[in-house]
Design a protein around this ligand. Structure first.
Ligand code: SAM
Ligand code: SF4
Length: 433
């Protein structure tokens, strides 16, 4: 699956009082950005703002940007450009540009190019967004705004457990824009998750760029998981994105012993070629990655694994690419996000060295291999029982992160066993048991 570089607007504000002000939050990029946008939304709500996805009704706009690939950065920049007309019609309206592209491009550049932007807050300063709000709108009255999910179903909430990344994958801009890894204290993590469960979430997704490298004082990732799994009201715990380097025996034990820990892992591999993995500085070989998958699947039979691939990394030969294609079937991935390599530096050795046509052809070939493999994986679940957390009466997600549809019998927010009877596209169909 090719991940679209689109923005998601936050619109669960419903029922705004006619006099209240509105904020439109446009979020580009990953779940970390979505989690940051939820924090920003809460800061606005404390000031009496409601959310809207209709720009013309907004009194303030936040563009939460991404720069992981050039295309994502370009989209965010065009979005900011389009706000010029909005600001001309609403000169008192406030524009906030935040996140990873804001960090990379900087305030001087962004305010120079877009003179209507009020505040620029880079990814490294996102926790100080409140300071910008105070400058523009004044302090908020005392009290917390209750958590509201904006990007997932009401059942699923994000909790960020670490920011930044201390690895140095050669293609990746994240460490430069988000800085080195910093872990939040277990107390802060557990309080955040508990508040979200209290507000109605049933499932928590712990977030971090190398989430399983979490360590705070003596608390390891596995210990944090065990504590989170005991939170009242929690039905299911997920995390993303783990890195192959940080799995240990203690984690395997948690996976074996804790049924509430989701039977799904999004474990980006990036390439199936040892030569390219080494050039990418991923720290593992194809064989080590496959061995890890086998150990994970032994600890949690039925575990579904999804991944990310990059095609067209500098020096990737047809043979390297064939190794990636072969890995799709060998890895048994339920889903894979596939990206064309996007240079994030001007260094000549990091420029793409195959034509755009060849890049596109490899992407297409990989996408069809992924699609065919996903079909096999989904068909392999027919006749099996999956545990579904329902979002509506007819739809929910299984522990393996499959979309599941039933004709009847689901109850939003509840867990039920479903016997899978058929599979189509990315969805399993079945009956509640
Ligand atoms: N921290 C995660 C990890 O290491 O697995 C990944 C985070 S990154 C924001 C998400 C995905 O973007 C990566 O897994 C990779 O496939 C893709 N990506 C990162 N840099 C890229 C680049 N320069 N060009 C194309 N895709 C890229
Ligand atoms: Fe980027 Fe992930 Fe590698 Fe960190 S681990 S540098 S976020 S791809």
């Amino acid at each position: 699956m090719q991940k679209p570089e689109t923005s998601k607007s936050a619109d669960l504000g419903g029922g705004a009082a006619p006099s209240s002000k509105r904020v439109c939050i446009l979020t580009f990029g990953c779940q970390m950005n979505e989690a940051d946008s939820e924090g920003i939304a809460a800061a606005f709500r404390r000031r009496g703002y409601t959310l809207t996805d209709e720009l013309k009704k907004a009194d303030a706009v936040v563009v939460n940007t991404c720069t992981v690939r050039q295309k994502a950065e370009d989209k965010a920049i065009s979005q900011i450009g389009r706000l010029r007309v909005w600001k001309e019609k609403k000169p008192e309206g406030k524009v906030f540009v935040v996140g990873c592209a804001a960090q990379k491009l900087g305030e001087k550049y962004l305010k120079g190019r877009f003179d209507f932007v009020n505040e620029v807050v880079g990814a490294r300063a996102i926790e100080r967004f409140e300071d910008s709000l105070i400058r523009q709108l004044g302090p908020a009255p005392e009290g917390e705004a209750q958590h509201q999910n904006l990007y997932r179903s009401p059942q699923t909430a994000y909790t960020t457990i670490m920011r930044g990344c201390s690895l140095k994958c050669s293609y990746c801009i994240v460490p430069a824009v988000r800085g080195p890894a910093v872990c939040l204290s277990p107390k802060a993590v557990l309080e955040d998750a508990a508040a979200k469960l209290k507000a109605g979430a049933k499932e928590i997704v712990l977030l971090g760029q190398t989430v399983n490298s979490y360590k705070y004082g003596k608390t390891t990732f596995s210990e944090l998981l065990r504590k989170a799994l005991r939170l009242p009201g929690l039905e299911r715990l997920r995390f993303m994105s783990p890195h192959p380097l940080y799995y240990d025996a203690a984690f395997m034990k948690v996976l074996e012993e804790e049924p509430k820990l989701a039977r799904h892992m999004h474990l980006p591999v990036q390439s199936g070629s040892d030569r390219i993995l080494k050039a990418m500085r991923r720290g593992y070989t194809r064989g080590q990655y496959l061995d890890l998958l086998a150990r994970l699947r032994k600890a949690a039979p039925g575990l579904a694994v999804s991944t990310d691939f990059i095609v067209g990394y500098p020096g990737e030969t047809r043979k390297d690419f064939q190794d990636t294609l072969k890995l799709v079937r060998e890895g048994g991935f339920s889903l894979a996000y596939c990206f064309k390599y996007s240079p994030r530096t001007d260094r000549p050795e990091m420029a793409a060295d195959i034509s755009e046509k060849e890049m596109e052809a490899r992407l297409e070939e990989l996408l069809s291999a992924v699609k065919e493999n996903s079909r096999l994986v989904l068909n392999g679940r027919i006749g099996k029982i999956v545990e579904v957390l329902f979002e509506t009466e007819n739809y929910g997600r299984s522990s393996e992160n499959f979309a599941v549809r039933v004709k009847a019998g689901g109850a939003p927010g509840s867990l039920s066993k479903v016997l899978v009877e058929s599979a189509e596209k990315n969805t399993l169909n079945g009956n509640t048991q």
